[in-house]
Design a binder for this molecule. Structure first.
Ligand code: GCV
Length: 668
């Protein structure tokens, strides 16, 4: 069954804390919740968690079914609390009330109390009314049924092995972890749906998928599956997947009838179509809306969603073609049908127009669409951001994206407004993260990468939280809340994204990674390939002209963003090379030339990575040795990587430009 290996408890270790909590809180009374089986199961999960957590943190025992007047913790149904929300009232240290309109709210309330205890706070600090910022808070696993994970850096899948589905204690623990940070939906299989995964919607796998789905349901998490758009051909034997073909529609209707009859707790499907070789409606001269709507109409009666990815671009580009621009593709392919996508379709849009680079502008589709359900896709699997070898805390990047003002409306126009549904008043909206977990003992390869999993969930639930607050919570819960340890970990996490950016590709140009595996430096690796990923460096300058003189990409934004990006003088400097081709001697706002900026930032980035490593070293003996060694070993690999980047990038530009470093440092 594959769940034999040991695994850590991440931020739910529940190990004894210094702070004392009143024993009365172990006496629990629940009232007002009905007989619905699913609700009961979720409540049971909440109570089990309270028992586990309270007993672990305090050493005091928990008894359920206490009479209301004697209970320290009272859990009450209150229909006025918003869906998935909870209210915590603390009258005195021995009396806490959790109110919710549904069991899921209770579960989140219990996790909030346990979080406060893990951080050794007064429970009154957890008091208040809370409800999620985003309707959907989703994880996308890119797990293949063979057991390997596309872009996985923490072992193999814990959902699949050798074509079979794994269900066991590890599944349950995972459901607990993600529920504890507010995740309410999960896609278990890779968006590139091939071979056995195409059969997940058939009798071959129904029993196991159902078992897995039931476990998720107990923790308030809806199951979604990635769908092969051509399943009707590959497993249905049809000769077409044309969304207008009655035979195709009939096949999907039949299939979905069976799927929803057999798989409980199924929220719908995620689809990658017409992208990187995957089939889709373009083959039949149809639009993306035609494909998405056909499936959405069929699953509507099951109250299900079709989440349709916008990662559609020409991946057969010729580097000599200066007009085609991959960055434009999402908008060009999806914007013309704005308003045509049906109510239960959500377009899932990557944060940037390219592909999860360390620095990209926000995709112009976010807020560019004004009549369509939209969801933000980010990636916590560190595909381009260090493979969970290099430390890279991504929450600051996600905050920047959420805070971006799109100008799609006179007010409520940030990406956060758009993806939460606030901007246009839609309920089908939210955030998804390509997930970074696997079957490694510590779940995320690098122990520090768990901060991104924790952080994504917390941020999706509450977009007002700061990156600092999230890092402090995670470090406090993971490292026993000792203040010096917590401080050091937070000091490492917070700048880590900027440090990574400094020693890799400069000013938003991206892509200087080794082709295929995407780790390590290869300045020209993607320059003459077919993926539409260029830096266009020559002996005079570097950057892609995406202004009105170039590919025109900058004009896809609403004003005044379009003008801001279009003009090199107003374009934010960290994105300068994404939008403009700039000569090496251009003077930047810092007063440095572009070439000097490239040299300086690479030397600094490497030095700062060394400093992060040294801070980690100061924790030796203060934290669990397994964790210390895990991260220490990865830091050594990070430094090797950072040094290679620094040397290769600096040498490359020195040799291209012939301009020496003003400080005469060693450039090879
Ligand atoms: C799942 C990038 C990755 C692919 C990934 C794709 C996507 O191209 O390198 O591995 O495929 O994005 O998001 O669909």
């Amino acid at each position: 069954m594959g769940n034999e290996r040991k695994w850590t408890q991440l931020w739910l270790k529940y190990d004894r804390r210094q702070k004392e909590y009143d024993a009365d809180l172990g006496r629990v009374n629940v009232s007002g919740f009905g007989e619905d089986t699913v609700e009961k199961k979720v409540l049971e999960s909440a109570l089990k968690e309270w028992k586990r957590g309270f007993e672990g943190y305090t050493g005091k025992s928990v008894t359920e079914d206490t009479a209301a007047e004697e209970a320290g913790l009272r859990i009450l149904k209150d229909a006025s609390v918003p869906a998935e929300g909870y209210v915590i009232e603390v009258t005195d240290p021995s009396h806490v009330v959790v109110k919710a309109s549904e069991a899921k709210g209770v579960l989140y309330g219990i996790f909030a109390l346990l979080r406060a205890m893990g951080l050794e706070q007064e429970l009154s600090e957890a008091a208040g009314s809370f409800s999620p910022s985003n309707p959907l808070r989703m994880l996308n696993h890119w797990d293949n049924m063979s057991g390997d994970i596309e872009r996985g850096y923490s072992g193999n899948s814990f959902f699949f092995k050798d074509g079979e589905i794994l269900v066991g204690d590890r599944t349950r623990d995972y459901a607990r972890f993600i529920s504890s940070v507010g995740i309410n939906a999960i896609v278990i299989n890779n968006v590139n749906v091939k071979q056995q995964a195409t059969w997940l919607i058939t009798d071959r796998y129904f029993d196991k998928v159902s078992e897995l789905s039931r476990i998720l349901e107990e923790y308030g998490v809806k199951l979604f599956l990635s769908l092969n758009y051509a399943a009707c051909m590959e497993i249905g034997g049809l000769d077409s997947a044309d969304p207008m073909d009655p035979k195709v529609i009939a096949w999907w209707k039949e299939r979905m009838k069976e799927v929803f009859a057999r798989i409980p707790n199924l929220g719908g499907f995620l689809v990658k179509a017409d992208s990187e070789g995957r089939p889709g409606p373009f083959t039949y001269g149809r639009t993306q809306a035609d494909g998405a709507n056909m499936l959405a109409d069929i699953v509507k009666e099951y109250d299900a969603l079709i989440i349709w990815r916008c990662f559609v671009y020409n991946c057969q580009q010729d580097w000599r073609d200066l007009k085609t621009d991959r960055a434009r593709a999402g908008y060009d392919n999806f914007k013309p049908m704005d308003g045509d996508y049906h109510e239960n379709v959500i377009l899932q849009i990557k944060n940037g127009p390219m592909d999860f680079q360390i620095r990209e502008p926000v995709s112009p589709l976010l807020g560019g669409l004004t009549k369509t359900n939209q969801m933000l896709e980010v990636q916590i699997a560190q595909e381009y951001t260090g493979h969970q070898i290099d430390v890279c805390y991504l929450i600051p990047m996600f905050k920047e994206v959420l805070d971006f003002k799109t100008y799609c409306a006179p007010e409520n126009d940030t990406v956060a407004d758009v993806v939460s549904g606030r901007a246009f008043g839609n309920k089908n909206a939210g955030m998804a993260a390509v997930c970074n977990t696997g079957d490694d003992e510590n779940w995320t390869g690098n122990d520090l990468a768990a901060a991104n999993l924790y952080g994504f969930g917390r941020l999706a639930f509450d977009m007002e939280l700061t990156s600092e607050a999230i890092a402090e919570e995670w470090a406090g819960l993971t490292f026993e809340n000792k203040s010096e340890v917590k401080k050091t970990v937070v000091t490492i996490l917070l700048p880590s994204r900027k440090v990574y950016e400094k020693y890799t590709s400069p000013l938003g140009i991206g892509w200087m990674v080794r082709p295929h595996d995407h780790y390590g430096c290869s300045v020209d690796g993607y320059e003459y390939d077919r993926w539409g990923t260029y830096h266009r460096a020559d002996h005079l300058g570097i950057g892609v002209d995406r202004s009105h003189n170039g590919t025109g990409y900058a004009l896809q934004y609403h004003q005044p963003n379009a003008d801001m990006y279009d003009d090199p003088e107003t374009c934010p400097e960290e994105l300068l090379l994404f939008f403009h081709h700039v000569s090496y001697d251009k003077v930047l706002k810092s007063g440095k030339t572009l070439i000097q900026h490239i040299y300086d930032s690479h030397f600094e980035g490497y030095d700062e990575a060394v400093a992060l490593r040294d801070q980690w070293k100061s924790l030796e003996g203060q934290i669990e040795n397994r964790c210390y060694e895990n991260v220490a070993e990865r830091f050594e690999r990070q430094l090797y990587n950072a040094r290679e980047w620094k040397d290769q990038v600096n040498s490359y530009f020195f040799r291209k430009s012939g301009i020496p470093d003003e400080k005469n440092r060693e450039i090879y």
